[in-house]
Design a protein. Structure first.
Length: 123
């Protein structure tokens, strides 16, 4: 029987004033496990007018999974609307557009992970 464990991760980054800035998970998915992110949110705790989207960081690239939302200071307006699946080598991430240097970006991810076994069908 597959094992299951809860997953939650607070996120905190300070912007370096790049036009696109990533706030991503620091906890990789372990081999043999799949992560389901059932809720994610992120906001700029310092400034207003920042835009953000949720997605996946994989092989050095950001893959968008949910659209852009414009944020208000200290209010998480970007919250995920669906459950997203991540495998080994894939990290949940928020792409922030328009943050100023030294803006504090805060987020939270929550869900669960399940262990899986590959099923080989002979025939």
């Amino acid at each position: 029987m597959a094992k299951r464990k809860l997953y939650s991760e607070p996120l905190r980054k300070v912007s370096d004033n790049a036009s696109l800035f990533l706030v991503k998970s620091e906890r990789p998915v372990d081999p043999g496990w799949i992560r389901y992110v059932t809720f994610g949110s992120c906001y700029d705790d310092t400034d207003t007018g920042t835009s953000i989207e949720f997605g996946m960081w994989k092989n050095g690239a950001f893959i968008s999974m949910e659209g852009t939302a414009t944020l208000t200071k200290s209010i998480p307006k970007m919250t995920t609307q669906a459950t997203h699946v991540f495998r080994t080598g894939e990290l949940p991430a928020f792409r922030v557009i328009g943050a100023d240097a030294s803006d504090v970006l805060l987020g939270f991810l929550e869900g669960y992970e399940t262990e899986y076994e590959e099923v080989v069908t002979v025939g």
